[in-house]
Unconditional design. Sequence first.
Length: 205
Amino acid sequence: MLTLIHAPHSRSTRIIALLKELDALDRVEVRPVEIQRQGQDRPFAGDARNPHPEGKVPVLLHDGVEIWESPAIIQYLTDLFPERGIGAPIGSRERGRYLSWLSWYGDVVEPVLLLAAIRVEHPFLSATFRGVAEMEARLGKALENAPYLLGDRYSAADLLLHTPFVWFSEAMPANSAIRDWVRRCTERPSSKFAAEYDASLLAAA
């Protein structure tokens, strides 16, 4: 049995979009939970329905086994449901690049954007993560001659990596190739479905 621990308008929203892309929503139970929100004006006591020790989302449960962190869940689900072709199967030429993009998101993109947002700089940080300019250059180089990160086809790497530029519009690069890529990703039916799905959960709360 598969269960997704989900909170509307959070990092788990992209997993809803992924499940739509995989045509797997009917094979996964979605369990809505409450999470700590930035700017929340009341103490958050946690949600007993969420097995994540830090109260975060997403979490995927597969027959009682917990998988957490978006890149891990995305890799797990695209391997589990390969039929739709938005992952990169073991043995394929794209596999290494696909896994590298997934890992780069958590190892570089989120830390760099967060540090830039709170205006924190330090030589140790720049030596470890580089900075916004380097991150944008890496994305721009990948997209200058191709519509998606793996080339001509959309993949779950695109689904993951475009999301911070949607949530945090101030971080949207000036690079036209990146902006066009974000637009292509947000115009996919799965992205629109996830937004409507979250809206329906909030309306029913």
